[in-house]
Design a protein around this ligand. Structure first.
Ligand SMILES: Cc1ncc(COP(=O)(O)O)c(C=O)c1O
Length: 338
């Protein structure tokens, strides 16, 4: 499919504008010299909504759907440090909708939770081990609101449904457009992967537009089988709404481009190896990674370069998906590790 055709197709879905514009692609000069690969960063941490990050892109289409369906409230879920929850609250408030955040974890007035409170989202915290378990609470709240005459929309954890994936298909188109105009031919596009929507959008978008580029999603501690199944389902469902071949990415391909081994004991663990890397990258390049998503996946990227799984002289684009709030959510633990 041509770039213009994909862009036209995406434009035909209800959407709103939340991004400032195309996010910059910046060459990481010092790291490129040090590693022997040409390393570029797609600064999706600078999307412009609240603290920025990947969810802004998904929310352009999800909020488009909410307005199209005349919803007055959005409900979403995640950990107390959830970047997605904060982005959702910010998008909702900006568009005049209410936001209910269904969260799990230790309730402390810092990081993203503090930002959620500043923006006046309704916050309900539950006792749950995983964010998946929060689905039934979201459904109960939706029923409760509907009884009161409200029209809520449930947004799944991470905004990872086919509508949200459209945002990262648009990002893939943006990457192709920018790399064309910069005269760059990327070999790899690498991103963190947790609820799978970001990985799915990039993978599908590049498969449609530039199949030669390898789109790697690096897991951040969720069980591999769950991640693979989530991404496989999202690929199928998104292909369906785009009216393209549902088998466009084979299971073998998906397995090969879903990288694990960099979860450091599980989702949300804060570990010294990653904090050391965050310090190092901040000092080398002047930008900050977060301890839950981008820090772990960047660690994976550096390790794959070191082990030459990604060969020398490759052109690599890392998608910085944001998450700065996580640094402040875990400031005490991080400070102890500095
Ligand atoms: C900063 C950040 N990076 C990466 C991810 C992972 O994206 P996805 O849930 O689309 O896999 C998330 C959200 O879960 C996030 O908040």
């Amino acid at each position: 499919m041509l770039l213009t055709d994909l862009k036209q197709k995406l434009d035909s879905f209800p959407h709103v504008n939340l991004l400032w514009g195309a996010t910059p692609i910046v060459r990481a000069e010092n790291l490129s010299k040090e590693t022997g690969v040409e390393l570029y960063i797609k600064r999706d941490d600078l999307t412009g909504l609240a603290l920025g990050g990947n969810k802004t892109r998904k929310l352009e289409f999800i909020m488009g759907e909410a307005l199209d369906k005349r919803c007055d409230t959005v409900i979403t879920a995640g950990a107390v440090h959830s970047n997605h929850a904060l982005q959702t609250a910010a998008a909702a408030k900006k568009l005049g909708l209410d936001a209910v955040l269904v969260l799990r974890g230790k309730e402390e007035n810092k990081g993203n939770l503090l930002m959620d409170r500043i923006i006046d989202a309704e916050i309900r915290v539950y006792d749950a081990e995983t964010s998946r378990e929060l689905k039934s609470y979201m459904e109960e709240i939706a029923d409760e609101l509907a009884e009161k005459g409200k029209k809520p929309l449930i947004i799944p954890v991470g905004g990872s449904n086919p509508t949200g994936v459209l945002g990262y298909l648009k990002a893939a188109a943006e990457i192709v457009e920018q790399s064309n105009s910069m005269g760059l031919d990327f070999d790899y596009v690498v991103s963190p992967s947790s609820s799978g929507g970001t990985q799915t959008g990039i993978l599908l978008g590049l498969k449609i537009l530039k199949p030669k580029i390898k789109a790697l999603g690096i897991g951040v501690g969720d069980p591999r089988d769950e991640l693979l199944n989530d991404v496989a389902t999202l690929i199928k469902e998104t292909a369906k709404i785009l009216n393209i071949d549902e088998g466009i990415v084979s299971r073998d391909e998906l397995e090969a481009c879903t990288i694990d081994g960099y979860g450091f004991g599980g989702y949300g663990t804060i570990v010294k190896e990653v904090i050391d890397l965050i310090k190092y990258i901040a000092r080398q390049e002047g930008f900050y990674l977060d301890p839950v998503y981008t820090g772990k996946s960047f660690y994976g990227l550096m390790d794959m370069i070191r082990k030459q799984v990604i060969p020398q002289d490759s052109k690599v684009l890392f998608v910085h998906t944001g998450g700065l709030g996580g640094v402040f959510q875990y400031e005490d633990i991080i400070a102890d590790m500095l």
